[in-house]
Ligand binder design. Structure first.
Ligand code: AP5
Ligand code: MG
Length: 225
């Protein structure tokens, strides 16, 4: 990666379970960026029993999108923190055109822009298998899989030692709705960002390392090109 590239802002697009969270952590580590995941921010609010958390829960439990104005305000707030200075990997945001336009406007106000949008493509049946075996750290939200990416010690996060749990929205019925929501509302962003000349598609199947290598090459190609 060209070290002269500053303030790199990358968006990860992909269905539930496509590996956005897993790969965002890896990209951030390799490129020195900050991971901003709207799902994680909502779950943090839920854990802290804030009003925002209570509101978000009613949508998340159903597998539908939290209203745009709430989500956009939360991201705006997050982007005020100094740790985003070096650039961001956005995971789970934007999720429709209104959010995409809001993100461009927020970054423009900061003299920045979206530099690359990576669409991680994974087949539906693989997604169901991934989500049914997923484990999340209660403390740092790192993502594991019982079979594909198990923690070193059962039930304990490798990164921070936190307790691992299964997300409430990873049950088969909510997963189905999340997939429908994704196809109706978020998948159109693939074409939207393609038209903007920002999109690069990456195959999301294979080992975690293989997918990371593809993502790094994709970002490098997009930013250099
Ligand atoms: P969010 O938390 O964003 O969930 P999601 O989009 O459904 O995506 P996931 O987190 O389920 O999947 P992921 O792509 O991060 O996959 P992961 O890396 O964990 O959103 C939850 C809810 O919040 C939404 O439904 C909505 O209500 C609300 N919300 C969030 N953002 C919003 C927004 N912008 N607007 C409105 N509402 C919003 O991987 C999945 C599993 O697969 C893991 O177990 C992992 O270990 C495993 N895995 C990863 N890579 C591989 C691989 N290569 N091979 C095998 N297994 C793998
Ligand atoms: Mg995630």
């Amino acid at each position: 990666m060209n070290s002269a590239v500053h303030k790199l802002n990358i968006v990860l697009l992909g269905a539930p379970g496509s590996g956005k969270g897993t790969q965002a952590d890896r990209l951030c580590e390799k490129l020195g960026l900050t991971h901003v995941a709207t799902g994680d921010l909502f779950r943090e609010n839920l854990r802290n029993e804030t009003e925002l958390g209570k509101l978000a829960k009613s949508y998340m439990d159903k597998g539908i999108l939290v209203p745009d104005e709430v989500t956009i305000a939360m991201v705006k707030d997050r982007l005020m923190r100094p740790d985003i200075e070096g650039g961001v990997v956005f995971d789970g945001f934007p999720r429709n055109q209104t959010q995409a336009e809001a993100l461009s406007a927020m970054l423009a106000e900061m003299g920045q822009q979206v530099n690359a949008v990576v669409y991680i493509r994974v087949a539906d049946d693989e997604i169901v298998e991934r989500l049914s075996g997923r484990l999340i750290c209660r403390r740092c939200q790192a993502s594991y899989h019982k079979k594909f990416n198990p923690p070193k010690v059962e039930g304990v996060c490798d990164v921070c030692g936190g307790e691992l749990y299964q997300r409430a929205d990873d049950n088969p019925e909510t997963v189905r709705t999340r997939l429908e929501t994704y196809k109706e509302q978020t998948a159109p962003l693939v074409e939207y960002y393609q038209k903007a000349g920002l999109l690069v598609e990456v195959a999301g199947e294979g080992t975690l390392d293989e997918v990371t290598e593809r993502l790094l090459a994709a970002v490098d190609g997009k930013v250099a090109g």
